[in-house]
Design a protein around this ligand. Structure first.
Ligand code: ZN
Length: 311
């Protein structure tokens, strides 16, 4: 008897998690009735309930996982790019939970601002980022308006989701990974030269660039982040040329000390995508200078605010 009871409560927990907001006491009643009154095996009863009720279930971008999805999702087209002679359409979808890039090799009538209900689509990594791919069997129907929101996330929340495209975060630069600041890259592949050489192209030409690689921490968790030249210049408040004229290219140690002095402990507000190479890396796509960050958010980081709204 105990075995059956355990099996039942396990199935119940799984169904509740799967149904999410759609779960109700009525559905739980149906499960009990099927299993106890009609002696339907638990696994079969679960399938019956799924077939009956989950058709209604609507996904949200933040809940998407990799793989094929039959269930509908409602999205708004944020932007569309149609690529040259290749029949490729790409862009960004959004809903009230976040944003996700999409790609399609089939011409659907996607236009900026239009809202659709999608079914039968794939989610797979494209350049390390989970992306919706519309395939031959995908269906698109115009839908009622979908609101787009891109809520501010905590780093700990980020690590629980699969879709983390252009998420908004606020954090503090905890430590710097070298090489950061001025770097020299291979002209053929863009790799950073080590000891003056590219590991793939021995005597290739090179060029100076700037990048930052650091640990970002928001109190909930921390993550490795990288910034390209433009973003690095904004965070640092100095251009590549200014860094060169300060002599940072020649005097590496001095440069490292200066970088740490300017960056460690600095708060930044960013829009970034979590990409997965060999490890998870946050690629910063937009940054706000610290003076723009409301002090309440800095206080929240240290959790020194009092719960004034408890009353
Ligand atoms: Zn190279």
């Amino acid at each position: 008897m105990r075995g059956i009871r355990e099996e039942f409560s396990k199935a119940l927990e799984e169904l509740k998690a799967e149904f999410g907001e759609l779960w109700s006491e009525e559905i739980e009643g149906e499960l009990v009735e099927l299993v106890k009154r009609y002696k339907v095996p638990i696994s079969e009863a679960s399938s019956v309930l799924r077939r009956k009720h989950l058709k209604e279930k609507k996904l949200r971008i933040s809940e998407l996982s990799l793989g094929f999805h039959e269930e509908p999702i409602r999205v708004r087209v944020l932007n569309v790019k149609r690529g040259g002679n290749k029949k490729r359409v790409s862009g960004i979808f959004g809903d009230e939970s976040g944003l996700i890039p999409f790609i399609s090799h089939i011409e659907y009538q996607l236009e900026e601002g239009k809202c659709f209900e999608l079914r039968n689509f794939l989610v797979r990594r494209w350049k390390g980022i989970p992306t919706i791919e519309l395939v031959k069997d995908s269906s698109l129907q115009l839908s009622s308006p979908v609101e787009i929101r891109n809520p501010l996330l905590k780093i700990s929340e980020l690590l629980k989701r699969n879709v983390n495209f252009r998420v908004r975060l606020i954090g503090c630069i905890l430590s710097l990974k070298m090489p950061s600041g001025i770097v020299r890259r291979c002209s053929l592949c863009g790799r950073i030269l080590r000891n003056g050489r590219c590991k793939e192209h021995e005597n290739s030409k090179s060029y100076l660039d700037m990048r930052l690689k650091f640990i970002l921490d928001d109190g909930s968790s921390s993550i490795l982040a990288i910034a390209s030249r433009k973003i690095s210049e904004e965070i640092l408040g100095m251009s590549l040329e200014e860094c060169i004229s300060e002599g940072w290219e020649k005097r590496r140690e001095k440069a490292e000390i200066e970088l740490k002095k300017r960056l460690l402990g600095k708060f930044i507000s960013i829009e970034a995508s979590l990409i997965r190479a060999s490890e998870e890396i946050l690629k910063i796509e937009r940054v706000e200078v610290p003076s723009d960050i409301p002090s309440i958010l800095i206080e929240r980081f240290f959790e020194v605010y009092t719960h004034a709204d408890n009353s």
